[in-house]
Ligand binder design. Structure first.
Ligand SMILES: Cc1cc2nc3c(=O)[nH]c(=O)nc-3n(C[C@H](O)[C@H](O)[C@H](O)COP(=O)(O)OP(=O)(O)OC[C@H]3O[C@@H](n4cnc5c(N)ncnc54)[C@H](O)[C@@H]3O)c2cc1C
Length: 478
């Protein structure tokens, strides 16, 4: 029988220390303060403590369920003054644990995920990634369903007390809106979700590709929330089919805005109006909704984030011959998760770094080539990454019969009443504690309030908002 001591050998530890300069952790705790899982799980998940254990006594961590609770949002890394890639350090230990059969901690982690996260199947696939440690994801999904079923039986027996009979409107059926509905329905609120698209799920349904999150897995999550007596009205755009005023008149006492960030940022270069130039969210939605999409042979993707990677892999898997990502910074600055980049490259996606498009050129109104300019990196900008600067006279052309723009998204909040204040970056302003907007009784969260982020952060926002909405409804009395 192997012991943890024989597993974390000096050799293994050296590999781990090579991943990151662990010695230089400042113990400032910013990782924990910025971690959505730490907020969702309280004492059960504290990346700062876990990191310390990894550093001081890695053997002890192999048996820790906390190891399996990192949701890969990279908030810790983005806020860490030492830029330690904590999720990758934890993954290294997870893999070591899995390889040596230390799976009891995972078994202890799954009930915590089910208990605290309203979309446990979807988040397991897009956030927790058990398969990254070499485990069978189907078996883990089965186990999660079993735990959820057992919890439900217990809950039916104990019968939760209903404290409200109030109507709450949720705008948007992404993870933030679904979480608010899930939480408030259990307090016996009458929750209606209004969703502009024909199907519920937000970005999970609209853009995350099938190979990462199968539709039937998402459908199970939505059905579970519907079973809590949440009404989901799809095909209803608030601001077009219904106004805020209508919602008030229909008796909704509180409103949650969870409309995400679905407006693609515009690239200010010539030729974006040519046929064959498309925004990544539109492209992914066409594929996800089964719309017949003529795939280019030679596809150029502009951008370097996860959306660019999803668009590139989806294009390749749907028949494109050659797909190249063009990114204006270097590999180190790429915002996409490194493992997604690797998987894309393994599938055949090419990446060209330090290039930016100057204009798109067309024949008969259809895109045919792109003029690029090479870039070099200068000083760090406000994002903390080194700023790309064009190199004069370095222009070159590449052929492309389809261009997919993946350069960022912002929320579309033009439908909101003018009393609701917006931030400078176009997101909705909220009180950071209560998540109430500047209009009383109206709350917001998820990408609409933060800009594009992650599923786990939207869920955290939904939970916090539901708590505040509950307090607000109680304050109304009666
Ligand atoms: C291609 C892609 C891949 C991603 N991959 C990952 C990943 O692997 N892991 C991860 O954690 N995150 C990922 N994300 C990010 C993640 O999907 C979002 O952060 C998350 O979905 C935000 O949740 P939300 O509830 O705030 O908004 P959304 O999920 O965007 O949902 C908002 C919903 O509101 C609806 N809506 C908008 N306006 C109105 C209106 N006026 N009336 C009615 N309904 C309206 C929209 O149709 C949408 O359904 C990805 C995003 C994209 C685009």
């Amino acid at each position: 029988m192997q012991t943890t001591e024989t597993i974390i050998s000096k050799e293994t530890l050296k590999k781990l220390l090579d991943i990151e300069k662990l010695r230089y952790c400042f113990e400032c705790g910013i990782c924990t303060a910025s971690c959505p899982m730490a907020e969702l799980l309280g004492k059960d998940y504290n990346p700062r403590w876990l990191l310390e254990k990894v550093f001081l006594n890695p053997e002890s961590v192999l048996n820790s369920d906390a190891l399996w609770l990192c949701a890969w949002c990279y908030r810790c890394y983005r806020h860490c003054p030492q830029a330690l890639r904590i999720p990758e350090i934890f993954l290294f230990i997870r893999k070591t644990a899995a390889e040596h059969g230390f799976l009891a901690p995972l078994d202890k982690a799954l009930p915590k995920i089910v208990e605290n996260i309203p979309l446990p199947l979807a988040t397991t696939l897009v956030c927790f990634h058990p398969e990254r440690a070499g485990l069978d994801r189907e078996k883990i999904l089965e186990r999660i369903e079993q735990i959820r079923f057992e919890n439900l039986k217990k809950r039916k027996r104990t019968k939760t007390a209903g404290i409200f009979q109030r109507k709450v409107a949720v705008i948007g059926s992404g993870p933030a809106g679904l979480t608010v509905a899930h939480q408030l329905a259990q307090k016996k609120c009458k929750v209606t979700i209004f969703e502009a698209l024909p199907e519920a799920g937000g970005m999970l349904r609209k853009c995350i590709p099938e190979y990462r999150l199968p539709k039937q897995v998402l459908a199970k999550e939505i059905d579970f929330i519907r079973d809590l007596k949440v009404e989901i009205r799809t095909g209803v755009t608030v601001g077009k089919d219904l106004s805020f005023e209508d919602l008030r008149k229909e008796g909704y006492k509180a409103i949650f805005i969870g409309v995400g960030a679905h407006e693609s940022q515009k690239l200010k270069v010539e030729g974006t109006d040519l046929e064959g130039v498309i925004h990544a969210l539109d492209f992914l939605w066409k594929i996800n909704s089964g719309e017949k999409t003529e795939m280019g042979k030679n596809i150029a993707i502009i951008g370097g984030g996860n959306v660019a990677i999803d668009a590139a892999r989806t294009a390749l898997q749907n028949g494109a011959k050659e797909v190249t990502i063009f990114y204006r910074r270097s590999r180190e600055e790429m915002p996409a998760n490194p493992w997604e980049v690797k998987e894309a490259e393994d599938e055949g996606v090419k990446i060209e770094f330090l290039v930016a498009p100057k204009r798109f050129l067309g024949k008969n109104g259809k895109v045919s080539s792109i003029e690029f300019v090479r870039m070099q990196l200068g000083e760090s900008d406000e994002s903390g990454r080194r700023k790309p600067i064009p190199i004069e006279g370095s222009e070159f052309s590449k052929e492309a019969d389809m261009v997919i723009l993946a350069i960022g998204e912002t929320p579309n909040l033009t439908f909101l009443p003018k009393e609701i204040e917006l931030n400078e970056d176009g997101t909705v302003w909220i009180d950071p504690i209560t998540m109430e907007t500047s209009l009383k009784g109206v709350f917001a969260g998820g990408d609409a309030a933060t800009g594009p982020a992650t599923v786990i952060e939207a869920i955290k926002a939904g939970k916090r908002a539901a708590e505040s909405i509950g307090n607000y409804l109680e304050s109304l009395g009666g």
